[in-house]
Design a protein around this ligand. Structure first.
Ligand SMILES: [Zn+2]
Length: 303
């Protein structure tokens, strides 16, 4: 079930009804909004065997079930490996997409597409330039500006935005979650259904999220020695700091919204500056081999 994103979903369905499905889409927007979910449901819809369009994707036909299980012969999922998405992964994908389909459509998702290496992007370009038959490729990215312009000009972008809180709350309550718990999850998910579902299926994530915010607030109050100590601890225990940064950024955005509502604009400006500093360090860390601890220390000096 897709939570929210009605406009995007209706648009996608119309494209199919009007036989105007492009060879490649780009689903863009911040993390955990449910872009992947919509992509999977749309690709299910393309190959669904149900004869009634309004019932598609039916979730029960052979094709729908195979895709749900990750065992669909016409579906390919590309995910980043340790060093990103390499040219060999894209070459293999191009080859798989050129084979005859078992159902109707050959489909693929490239998750975190901006992590494709330059060679991989060039290789993908060839596939996009010479599309074959019923092929639908969905690129998913939080940072589409990192993709080559030549790729961006050959895909149809669909932007995703946070979903209304009530929609996530209704979903959680329908799942049998107590109202008070559901409300807490909704607040911390800030319009991102994917985040809410992660909290629901893994309560440890919810606790981690809360303690990361607590730590972040303590860092502000701490002196430089305490801040540097935290930088050391955090880099030692975290291979991937992206998730930690995402939690901080999300918390700051939420706090900014409530300050704006209270017309507390001095605080908003301060928070905006911190947010920009964190986003800058996050992008530096994700795009280069910069020393993470040093980067964090620099951040803690600036904020
Ligand atoms: Zn089906």
């Amino acid at each position: 079930m897709i939570i929210g994103h009605e406009k995007q979903w209706d648009f996608l369905k119309r494209q199919l009804q009007n036989s105007r499905v492009p060879h490649a889409f780009l689903f863009s927007g911040e993390g955990k909004l449910g872009k992947r979910k919509v992509a999977f449901e749309f690709l299910k819809l393309l190959n669904c065997q149900n004869s009634d369009f309004s019932e598609k994707p039916c979730q029960v036909c052979q094709s729908c079930r195979a895709l749900e299980k990750g065992a669909h012969p016409d579906f390919f999922l590309i995910k980043p490996e340790k060093t990103g998405i390499g040219i060999s992964q894209i070459r293999q994908l191009a080859e798989s997409l050129s084979l005859k389909s078992y159902f109707q459509w050959k489909t693929a998702v490239i998750d975190q597409a901006c992590l494709m290496t330059a060679q991989a992007q060039n290789c993908l370009l060839k596939t996009l330039e010479e599309p074959s038959g019923k092929t639908c490729l969905i690129l998913i990215s939080e940072h589409p500006s990192l993709l080559f312009q030549t790729i961006l000009s050959r895909v149809q972008e669909i932007k995703f935005f946070p979903v209304k809180k009530e929609k996530i709350l209704d979903y959680l309550i329908n799942q049998g979650i107590k109202k008070s718990e559901a409300q807490e999850i909704v607040e911390l998910s800030s319009g991102r259904p994917g985040q809410a579902i992660e909290f629901l299926s893994n309560p440890e994530k919810l606790n981690e999220y809360k303690s990361r915010i607590k730590e972040f607030l303590l860092v502000f109050k701490g002196n430089l020695a305490q801040r540097f100590h935290y930088a050391k601890v955090l880099t030692a225990e975290n291979e991937n700091l992206k998730e930690v940064f995402d939690i901080w950024l999300n918390h700051l955005r939420q706090s900014m919204i409530s300050k704006i509502k209270k017309k507390d604009f001095d605080d908003v400006l301060k928070m905006k500056k911190i947010l920009e500093e964190i986003a800058e360090i996050q992008s530096l860390i994700s795009q280069s081999n910069i020393n993470k601890r040093l980067a964090l220390e620099t951040l803690f000096l600036r904020i």
